[in-house]
Design a binder for this molecule. Sequence first.
Ligand code: PLP
Length: 403
Amino acid sequence: MSSNSNTIDWSFYKKNGFTPLVNVSGTMTSIGASIMVADAQLAMQLISPHFIKIHELQSSASKIISELTGSESGFITASSGAGITLSIAALMTGKNPGLIEKLPNTDGLKNEVVVQSGHLCNYGGTVDQAIRLSGAKTISFGQSTQVQDHQLYNAINENTTAGLYVVSHHVVEYGQMSFDCFCKICHEKGIPVIVDAASEYDLKIFIDKGADIVIYSSHKFLGGPTAGIVAGKSNFIQACYMQNMGIGRVMKVGKENIFGAMSALQAWKGRDHEAIRNTETSALELWQQSVTGFNGVKANIVSDPTNNPLSRLKISISKKTFKSSAASVAQALSLCEIPIIVRDHEVELGYFQLDPCNLDDGHAEIVASSLQNVLKSASIKPLPEVDLDKHRNSSIQGYLDWK
Ligand SMILES: *Cc1c(COP(=O)(O)O)cnc(C)c1O
């Protein structure tokens, strides 16, 4: 690791008039998800000039999805968000083309989806809307930070079509019903279980534990192109796939992304996870060193809240001692000449995190030096305050500023 911002080639950005940036926030749609693995880039290029029967391509995708997830079958759609909508649509219509065409009109169909309140998060859009887009209704149960079994039993009735379980750092972290318990109660009541595991490394665990449909993003840890991977029991998956002649048509995924996602799955099998982990650990240690010696600044390596084999550097800043807040430091990093985008969704609690899962050559060093520079200048003169309420609404502002 010897390169720095001067030796990195930023010409792509310059040529196109784009703002360069370094991502230490994780896999975020708003900044381009992840660095695509070389195999997937090549696969997309290889398939581009050819015609191909899409059903044949998706059958081939089904085989690789089954191999990696242990599911009976699977297919590729536009995104995990699309996967949620299509799965719920499928559980309402089955393989009846008439019903598939009629959606989002659900007259006469079981159309309620049970999900615990603490799981109704926002991943750029809301889980609730992904459900409702199919025509179904969201039936939330429990309170945001406490869920008990009787609440799920009570939420399920003769109109229930599915149970949705969301695995994410975005969901409430405590007081939630475990997957095992959710699955047991739903199945006892004859309700199929869908798992949104968009950002999970473990491609097998939920299928193993009896989930009926599990959804993963191709463009997160897998390093594939933007796409959703839907895996599960054949009967259900076929009904999901059939939604492509219905509401799924507006969530279309083309041959390039299907083949690219397949290739990312293949590459995942052969990925040297240990080597990647070692590179990530050296980045974390480099960053940890770069913030030592600043009064009121603490840096700890923390593990992933949903047990992905990934650690992050949590930088906690005492505003009282350091005079600048964690939010101010995060903002200053985003305003550097090469903007550094940190993981700041809990910044009001006095910390932000650095995620090493998407570093290109030389990025770790830029992060270390920018971090040190920002902290140094903050020690001399406190950074401008951040209005946390404004920060909370900033994603809306991003849309309003666009033209
Ligand atoms: C990222 C994410 C999504 C959305 O995934 P896309 O493939 O970008 O639509 C949904 N749910 C969870 C838990 C996520 O992490």
